[in-house]
Write a protein of this length. Structure first.
Length: 316
């Protein structure tokens, strides 16, 4: 069993894999150009997903399984994967702790006016008149009710918030007071103080948030996007922010990444930007490998991996 790992990881994690699975041969090659000569003999590829192409899948003639150590799959070469009937699993669920913390932390920094206090500190200004607000008791809509959305709602409950979940199916999920289908989102937006977007990039979610959504939100609403930048019409969002149709946008993802230097988002006072790192912590890779190891045990026993199996036709 030859396992080609193109995802960069620390030495101790590599050593743990080799020690735990002596019956497998691990080859750690990064970047993908270093791995290319070894693709034809790979039974399994462990990747972040964005480095593989249709050509790579074509070269990997023995490939049976791809483990993507992230949740996002929008850059995966699903055309060839479907053609060659290759199993795909991902690390869905490992982001819920850090990304839900990101939501609470970012909402607090806006409501507690942290940027102003930091600026005053640098200027040696002692001003007790800076406005401070509470996030407790507000209403939060979470669009995308998977593991991240549910954990975000759970943490919101610690602040006595009303939580509304929106998803493709509208199925009831833990920690949400109410759940609705995507097509019902516009009707619920006027209730929300906070709108949290955790949507993946799929054909169905392309530019799902448009001008009408921002016009429908409260003028003092905060929109936070940590799903995918392509789920928002960025130009229409910028216009809504310029017209003060919403109070603030917190953005971890963008239509084009890295965010171009000429983007007006950089200089907007009602925008907080982070560089697509809401999920990045020291616990990321160990959690991803926990999922991989569970599936690998099944795979080595002649069974099909069962944790986080992806439908390549849907892309998630």
């Amino acid at each position: 069993m030859y396992i080609l790992v193109t995802a960069r990881m620390k030495t101790y994690l590599r050593e743990q894999l080799v020690e735990k699975f002596p019956e497998a041969t691990f080859d750690f090659k990064y970047p993908i150009t270093e791995a290319e000569p070894h693709l034809p003999k790979a039974d399994v590829i462990v990747t972040y997903g964005e480095d593989l192409t249709n050509e790579h899948i074509e070269q990997a003639e023995n490939l049976k399984w791809i483990m993507v150590v992230s949740a996002g799959l929008d850059q995966m070469p699903f055309e060839k994967i479907i053609e060659k009937n290759i199993l795909v699993t991902n690390a869905r669920g490992i982001h819920k702790i850090q990304m839900s913390e990101y939501v609470i932390g970012m909402l607090l920094q806006v409501y507690r006016n942290l940027p102003t206090f930091l600026e005053n500190q640098h200027k040696h200004v002692y001003d007790k008149r800076v406005k401070i607000e509470e996030i407790s008791g507000k209403t939060m809509i979470v669009v995308g009710t998977g593991a991240i959305g549910q954990e975000t709602a759970r943490k919101a409950k610690a602040f006595d918030m009303k939580t509304i979940g929106v998803s493709r199916t509208g199925a009831k999920k833990d920690h949400f007071d109410e759940c609705y289908k995507n097509e019902e989102l516009l009707n619920k937006l006027p209730e929300a103080d906070f709108v949290i977007n955790v949507l993946p990039a799929t054909p169905d979610t392309e530019k799902m948030f448009k001008a009408d959504h921002f016009k429908t939100m409260k003028e003092d609403a905060i929109f936070l996007n940590m799903g995918r930048g392509t789920t928002v019409d960025e130009e229409q969002m910028i216009e809504a922010l310029r017209d003060n149709e919403i109070r603030h946008a917190i953005l971890d993802v963008f239509e084009t990444e890295p965010l171009p230097e000429e983007s007006p988002l950089w200089d907007m006072e009602n925008v907080t930007l982070t560089p697509h790192n809401s999920a990045v912590t020291s616990g990321y890779m160990p959690r991803a490998l926990d999922i991989f190891e569970k599936n690998l045990k099944q795979f080595l026993n002649g069974e099909e991996p069962s944790v986080n199996v992806i439908d390549p036709k849907r892309g998630y």
